[in-house]
Design a protein around this ligand. Structure first.
Ligand SMILES: [Mg+2]
Length: 226
């Protein structure tokens, strides 16, 4: 029976694609409204993409009814930018850990990301990782990462007709926000320094586990109790 859930952050944890998400967002607002550098100009400081896009729209007085066309344009631009990016990469050890979780009879992989669902799909498809994920929490709704995670847990419990004890839910992520989100939910945090935050800062947030990267498969699987 499935009773273990492993959440993965995307950017800086599963993969790197530079700042393609931000570039796509800026190009979208430029192409649709002639706004330069919307991301920086709006300075909305939110981490979830829906909140970010809403914040930019509010800053520039863009009507809410434009939201779906903005998202559609963003999706197309993002796919194009990802295609042109020759330096995007899957991070060390990720595939071995994903495979082991996938093969394990009690465990499932899930996404937990501030990306919109379509953004997550575009990014992961661009490096061949999307097929590992059947479910996830995304940045499509108002709220924070833990809100998206809680919605995903409820959905997964129905889908698999099971209960995930909090100590058997993990969040693998590269940011202090990922550690904080896990702590707030009472789930296990696995921090990895393959993103933009240095080793010392991550460790100072007291994650349950810390790895410089995920290349030591056995150690990571041990942390996941697999
Ligand atoms: Mg990240």
């Amino acid at each position: 029976m499935v009773n273990r859930l492993v959440f993965w952050d995307i950017d800086g944890t599963l993969m790197h694609c530079g700042s393609d998400g931000r570039k796509a967002l800026n190009r979208t607002f430029y192409e649709l409204y002639g706004i330069m550098d919307a991301f920086r100009m709006a300075d909305v400081g939110s981490s979830m993409d829906f909140m970010l896009i809403s914040g930019i729209m509010a800053t520039f007085g863009i009507d809410q009814k434009d939201l779906s066309s903005i998202i559609k344009h963003y999706h197309e631009v993002l796919i194009e930018i990802l295609e042109e990016n020759n330096t995007k990469q899957v991070l060390p050890g990720v595939v071995s850990v994903l495979d082991a979780i996938d093969k394990h009879p009690h465990s499932i992989n899930a996404l937990l990301t501030s990306n919109l669902r379509i953004g997550a799909e575009a990014k992961l498809n661009s490096v061949g990782l999307y097929s590992y994920f059947n479910l996830g929490g995304f940045g499509d709704d108002p709220g924070e990462k833990w809100d998206a995670a809680n919605r995903c847990i409820s959905y997964a419990e129905k889908q698999y007709n099971t209960f995930f004890p909090r100590e058997q839910i993990y969040l693998i992520g590269d940011s202090t926000y990922d550690i904080y989100s896990a702590q707030k939910m009472g789930i296990r945090s696995i921090s990895v320094a393959t993103g933009w935050v240095d080793h010392e800062t991550l460790v100072s947030c007291n994650p349950d586990y810390f790895f410089p990267d995920l290349s030591n498969t056995n150690q990571v699987l041990e942390a996941l109790n697999i």
